[in-house]
Design a protein around this ligand. Structure first.
Ligand SMILES: N[C@@H](CCC(=O)N[C@@H](CS)C(=O)NCC(=O)O)C(=O)O
Length: 217
């Protein structure tokens, strides 16, 4: 049976997973909850150790997972997208956690009732510093964050750059050549391009967000 990815009908924490499943050509059921009651009906019936969204059920491999990054690590493992050397694996571990922090800051801002007052400071200070560090970490001679090989963290970073470019404007990465080329490199993968063109058009975040809660961002 095809694996099942369960999540709300938004990008949220599932989008990097969806991009990775598109890239790996994985056949899966894209289960999208559109009501809290549908989710609460399922929540404690799926055999999840820590019931939450997103979840990933893969009968063939005998896994029932939650925690978005753990799901990414698992799909990365079975598709050889989790580092090819100790050096690559430690770079992945480091940047994975850095991206978790970056995305937490972005999400916190987007849900903050003071969003309108906080946005410019976030873009000018926090985001600028994050992009600068990420650009330097990537460097100008590595195609991917791990090194020569693509890995699951690239889907997290790609989605993060995509979202901050929508928030701050596409030109936000213009001064970061490494990141700009990196984003374009991933965007040009036919599987990614094709997925993005044909995916359901849904918001980045949930309805209660101050920004990113409509499809037209
Ligand atoms: N650390 C978890 C956070 C999961 C989480 O907060 N899920 C939210 C959506 S982003 C949710 O609505 N969960 C459903 C629930 O709490 O029942 C992850 O990365 O997966």
């Amino acid at each position: 049976m095809a694996p099942v990815l369960g999540y709300w009908n938004i990008h949220g924490r599932a989008q990097p997973i969806r991009l990775m499943l598109a890239y790996t050509g994985t056949d899966y059921e894209d289960k999208r909850y559109t009501s809290a009651s549908d989710w609460s009906n399922d929540k404690h019936t799926l055999g999840l150790d820590f019931p939450n969204l997103p979840y990933y059920l893969d009968d063939d491999d005998g896994v029932k997972l939650t925690q978005s990054v753990t799901i990414m690590r698992f799909i990365g493992r079975i598709n050889n997208l989790d580092g090819q050397s100790p050096e690559e694996r430690v770079r992945i571990a480091l940047v994975e956690q850095q991206l978790v922090d970056y995305i937490a800051a972005l999400t916190k801002l987007c849900y903050d009732p003071e969003f309108a007052n906080l946005k410019d400071n976030y873009i000018g200070n926090q985001l600028a510093q994050q992009l600068q560090l990420l650009d330097k970490f990537l460097g100008n001679d590595r195609p991917f964050l791990a090194g020569d090989n693509m890995s699951y963290v690239d889907f997290i970073a790609f989605n993060y750059i995509d979202k901050v470019s929508k928030l701050a404007g596409n030109s936000v990465i213009d001064e970061y050549d490494n990141l700009k080329n990196y984003f374009a490199r991933i965007l040009e993968f036919p599987s990614i391009e094709n997925y993005r063109e044909n995916e359901p058009k849904v918001p980045f975040l949930g309805r209660s967000a101050q920004w990113g809660n409509t499809v037209d961002i």
